[in-house]
Structure formats: structure tokens, C-alpha cells
Design a protein around this ligand. Structure first.
Ligand code: GLP
Length: 251
């Protein structure tokens, strides 16, 4: 089932998202959080930090697995997703860093590293809740639009669209890695719950495709229609290409 919550502002999204994470962590202090990078979840991470500091949340036994990482890129590079997670969240809460996992952007054998990442997720008992952003082209993690999609964690080529979109964080477009390690669509769908955060007009087309309820490899996020428990937290702009009847039916 897909549930859509159209929010008035980023703070409302952050707060509802943090409520969902808090519910999972309170129900199971050893919960496995599937985490995402990109700007979309940043306000929610800020809210989780605030609640931790207020004594409302304890992450001491929580585990985490991140969706993806650029390849090749060192974890201490300030554009790596490991660096992002440390700075946006892990350094500010009481999570044990050894319980946090991000694909290894320097793996000498990326194929073996991807297989090991799948095994890690299995050994952790699976993901309790997976946080997702969405690319303007409908990518989730780094599962880019393609004729065929990979089910499991894999090494992938980034599309020109994504390289261009993400170049804003690098000194130049040439500095953006051309590859990434990413969970596959099946790894994502195996999470017990999924939360997708989308804001702004740039995501409107991708969200309209998801909400159409159809599946297409041209928009990997559409595969979320196969999952039984997806919550989309978004703003008005992100649903600006959806008709009111669709919005009302899913709200
Ligand atoms: C990146 C990440 C995705 C993210 C997406 C959107 O390429 N690999 O996980 O969801 O782009 O990013 P943003 O939230 O900054 O729009």
C-alpha cells in the first residue's frame, strides 16, 4: 500500500519522518535503519539530532545500512556518502559508528563487496525502515532508469543527468565519480517499511510516475508500487503534476 502525505513545509516533513523512525527505534532498540543521502532527508536528520539531544531518542544499539556510495571515492572525501552521514547524523547522535554501514567506495573487488553488502543486510535481519530520496529522473539509491534493473547491490554507471545534477556538490562536473555501489531494487523492496521524501518541482514528474501506480524501468521508483508499506512525504510542488483525485485517493 502506498500512503501519500502532502506537507506544507520541510519542517512538517522532517517531523513526520522523524516520528516514523522514532516509532521503529522505540519498538526495537536494535532496529536496522536503511538510510539515504542527498538533500531530501537532511531536515529529518536534523530533527532526529534534536530529539536525541532532548533525551527523546536513544541510538546506542541501533544499526544502519546506507543505500549507496560513489565509486571510486574515499570515505574521508568530503563528497563521499560516508562523510555525509557522519556529518549530517552519526557524529551528532549516540549511534555506535561500528554499527553503521555504507558501501565501500574503495573496494578493490566491487563485485565481491556488493555480495558482502547483501550478506551483511541479511545477517542484520533485514532493514526495518528504508529512507529514500528520489532523483529527478526517478532513480532511487543509484538505480538509474534503464532497460533492465538490478535486484541486488551492484556496481553501476551514473547517467549523464545524475552526474550533472550532482556536480553542484563537486568542484566541477569532471570530478563527479562515474560509478557507484548501490543497493538494488530488490534490496530496497525487502525493507519492512519504506519512507520516500520528495520536495520541489524538480521531482514532480518522477512522483507523478510513481503515483500512476504503473511499473516501468524508465522510472525505477515506480517499482515501489510492488511494496506493501510505502509512505511518501512530500510538499505541494512535488505533487504539482498529479491530479487531485490521485492525491486524494492515496492521502
Ligand atoms: C542522489 C542519491 C539519491 C538521492 C537523489 C536525490 O543521486 N544517490 O539517493 O535520493 O540523488 O537527491 P536530493 O535529495 O538532493 O534531491
Amino acid at each position: 500500500m502506498m500512503r501519500l502525505i502532502v506537507c506544507d513545509n520541510q519542517q512538517e516533513i522532517a517531523s513526520l519522518g522523524a516520528d516514523m523512525i522514532a516509532e521503529v527505534v522505540k519498538a526495537n532498540p536494535k532496529a536496522v535503519l536503511g538510510l539515504a543521502t542527498g538533500s531530501s532527508p537532511v531536515p529529518m536528520y536534523g530533527e532526529l539530532v534534536r530529539r536525541y539531544r532532548a533525551g527523546e531518542l536513544d541510538f546506542s544499539t541501533v544499526r544502519s545500512v546506507n543505500l549507496d556510495e560513489y565509486y571510486p571515492l574515499a570515505p574521508d572525501n568530503d563528497q563521499s556518502y560516508r562523510y555525509f552521514m557522519n556529518h549530517q547524523l552519526f557524529d551528532h547522535i549516540n549511534i555506535d559508528k561500528s554499527n553503521t554501514n555504507v558501501p565501500d567506495g574503495l573496494a578493490s573487488d566491487p563485485v565481491a563487496a556488493c555480495a558482502a553488502y547483501e550478506e551483511l543486510i541479511r545477517n542484520l535481519g533485514g532493514i526495518d525502515i528504508q529512507v529514500l530520496g528520489i532523483g529527478g529522473n526517478g532513480h532511487i539509491g543509484f538505480n538509474e532508469p534503464a532497460d533492465a534493473l538490478d535486484p541486488l547491490t551492484h556496481l553501476t554507471d551514473l547517467t549523464e543527468d545524475t552526474i550533472r545534477a550532482n556536480s553542484r556538490f563537486f568542484e566541477s562536473e569532471a570530478d563527479v565519480p562515474r560509478h557507484a555501489l548501490t543497493m538494488g531494487i530488490g534490496s530496497i523492496l525487502s525493507a519492512r517499511r519504506i519512507m520516500l521524501i520528495a520536495t520541489g518541482e524538480a521531482k514532480a514528474k518522477a512522483i507523478a510516475t510513481v503515483l500512476s501506480g504503473k511499473l516501468t524501468t524508465a522510472s525505477p521508483a515506480s517499482m515501489l508500487n510492488l511494496h506493501g508499506d510505502v509512505t511518501i512525504l512530500c510538499d505541494r510542488a512535488a505533487v504539482s503534476l498529479c491530479d487531485e483525485a490521485t492525491i486524494a485517493a492515496l492521502s
